[in-house]
Design a binder for this molecule. Structure first.
Ligand code: UD1
Length: 384
């Protein structure tokens, strides 16, 4: 017969924290928090659960290795599917894992289908949900990420906002009382790898046969840009025009590779456009830091570009990072006919680069994860 726990047992008991991740940007923004949580292992038992939304080596495993984060305790192997199928499958499997692991609280980073699935399941099981990167809004509900982040914020217990704008957005939605301004954990992640970037840059540039400031880095994966063949064709026509003046390096997301394959090689054919597999975190940042400019539709890379003082053109009509839209540090372009003109106007502009360098960094001081883990610890202490 087991004896009932004493007050001392209760005080000694470690709080069980589950971190739910599954897609590439989540590994990056969680890594600094995970490293901080590991330092608190006397008080906190951490379980990382991977939904399996991203499953290729280049989209998943490489980040665990590079960012030195422990292997997930479970991989739910959900894989690809329509939004409903992918999210619903995650929810079914996450419910089982939460019932098995019985976490005291669940941390969900970002705005992917994995984020939303983790938040809904935990909230319905009565488990506290802590949302990292809360309060971002692009104002465009046709983006799956906008739906995911808004719903996640509204079913969370604590909201960790990366910027003052994010805090303001949450206040406007009546969520101010649960909100904490922590800074952005992607800044922590970036600052932590800067020495490695410096060390590895020349080898990476050599591998791609590039010289600093003599190429454009491009990434593209939003369904709105790559799933529609005629839009993708127009974007690629613009890229071919840019490539006459500037070499283009294009690490392509699996979704984009599939779309490119459907169009056939003629759509991109140019010796000056290098298409590669998706890159690891450090390699990508080495290329970004030394690029003359970035063309992207990613959320996170708009911000990394700002922090590394590289002019960015974003192929979208809105952004969840409006802080980047100052002094042409980042420009939104939706019309494919405007792409080459916008990119080439900033690519060789040294004065612009200097102006970006002088801009204030609104994303935090590299200590967001320390603040977040402190808040998690305070919260578990008060529950004892
Ligand atoms: C997801 C996130 C997006 C994030 C992006 C980063 C949502 C709604 N979207 O978009 O916010 O910016 O990740 O990459 O959660 N695929 C593979 N191998 C993989 C992963 C995906 O081949 O390891 C292919 C599959 O064919 C799949 C497609 O890529 O159909 C899209 O993957 P999915 O996870 O649905 O969305 P992403 O476009 O990656």
């Amino acid at each position: 017969m087991s004896t009932p726990p004493t007050l001392d047992d209760k005080l000694m008991r470690k709080a069980k924290v589950m971190m739910v991740v599954g897609a590439r940007p989540q590994f990056i923004k969680s890594a600094p928090i995970i490293r901080e949580l590991v330092k608190s292992r006397k008080q906190i038992k951490l379980s990382i659960v991977h939904t399996g939304q991203h499953y290729d080596r280049e989209m998943s495993h490489i980040f665990f290795h590079e960012l030195k984060i422990p292997k997930p305790i479970m991989n739910l192997a959900v894989g690809s599917g329509s939004h409903a199928i992918q999210t619903a499958t995650m929810m079914k499997r996450l419910e089982q894992s939460m019932l098995t692991l019985k976490p005291d609280l669940v941390v969900v980073p970002g705005d992917t289908n994995t984020t939303l699935a983790g938040a809904i399941v935990a909230a319905k099981l009565g488990i506290q949900v802590f949302h990292v990167e809360a309060g971002l809004r692009s104002g465009d509900m046709s983006m799956p990420e906008e739906v995911n982040r808004t719903l996640t914020d509204h079913c969370s217990t604590m909201l960790f906002a990366p910027t003052r704008n994010a805090v303001q957005n949450l206040r406007q939605e009546g969520l101010g009382e649960k909100t904490y301004l922590t800074g952005d954990t992607m800044v922590d992640a970036l600052f932590a790898v800067m020495p490695i970037i410096r060390q590895r840059t020349s080898a990476v540039l050599k591998r791609f046969e590039l010289c600093p400031r003599e190429y454009l880095l491009m990434t593209l994966h939003r369904p709105s840009n790559v799933d529609n063949s005629s839009r993708l064709r127009e974007i690629l026509a613009a890229v071919r025009r840019i490539a006459r003046k500037l070499k283009v390096v294009f690490p392509a997301h699996p979704r984009t590779r599939a779309s490119l394959a459907r169009l056939g090689s003629s759509a991109i054919s140019s010796g000056r456009v290098v298409i590669s597999n998706p890159l690891g975190y450090v390699e990508n940042l080495c290329l970004l830091k030394n690029a003359s400019c970035l063309l992207t539709d990613s959320g996170g890379m708009q911000k990394e570009s700002f922090l590394l003082h590289v002019p960015c053109t974003t192929l979208r009509s809105s952004t969840e990072w409006p802080e980047t839209l100052v002094k042409k540090a980042n420009q939104l372009v939706c019309d494919p006919k405007m792409i080459s003109e916008t990119v080439l106007a900033v690519a060789f502009d040294e004065r612009l680069r200097n102006k970006i360098r002088d801009l204030r960094n609104p994303f935090g001081d590299g200590r967001a994860s320390i603040r977040i883990v402190q808040l998690i610890r305070e919260s578990v202490e008060t529950q004892k």
